[in-house]
Design a protein around this ligand. Sequence first.
Ligand code: AKG
Ligand code: FE2
Length: 264
Amino acid sequence: MNTQVTPDQIAFYQENGYIVLENFLTPDDLERWRWATDESVAQRLASVNPELVNQGSSEAYFAMVFTQCLKLADSHPGMHEIMHDPALGRVAGTLAGVDGIRIWHDQALIKPPYGNPTGWHLDNPYWSFSSRSSISIWVALDDATLSNGCLYYLPGTHKTARYETVDIGKKLGGLFDVYPEWRAIEPVATPCKAGSVVFHNGLTAHGAGANMTNKPRRAMTCAYMPDGSTFNGTKNILPTEYFESLTVGDLLNDDKMNPLIWRA
Ligand SMILES: O=C(O)CCC(=O)C(=O)O
Ligand SMILES: [Fe+2]
């Protein structure tokens, strides 16, 4: 992996709330990520823990936005090795400007052939902690193009976002009912080659286009929680027993649930 980031890249990320890093994976890395993603997704779909596929949603429209499989590192050793690499945590932490990175959850996001667009949303308000420095990595396993559903961002929205988002549903622009002031911001598309990555802040508005092609658009992603983040009362992916043991304000520092993959 090419995990060096320059001061200019850090500044761009801090200003805009997203950044594309081209050629992040070497060709060998890319093969390994594709293999681990394809195999772990196939196992998950066969085995099925329904809560960890499309977050339990059986809605037909949503199923055509993407096949979404969560926490694959917990069930697939190859994916575990990929996701626990401290180098990933170092890049994420360096861009975000934090001194420790925990995994919130990994997720494969596979937009099927002729798949629906991904409606505009923010990520962090779905999660069980609230942080202006949360960050996700989105790894392109296929070329992500304007035709097959590359990501789009609203630059700078991480600075003005509140902890409010919308579900990824049929209303592509539902987020603009919540943030009408963002309608004036020009969206930026981030097409990128397979093996490139996009990082975004959990409060940056983003979405993805439809897949107008006859092949899947595969991405492997991971959401990161800055070390030191605290419980905000939202369940999200927390197992019920753990969720019920928590009080708002508690440190989310369970190393099994949210592994610390890097500390400065
Ligand atoms: O891959 C997509 O279509 C959406 C990605 C996304 O929302 C995310 O990675 O947070
Ligand atoms: Fe998202």
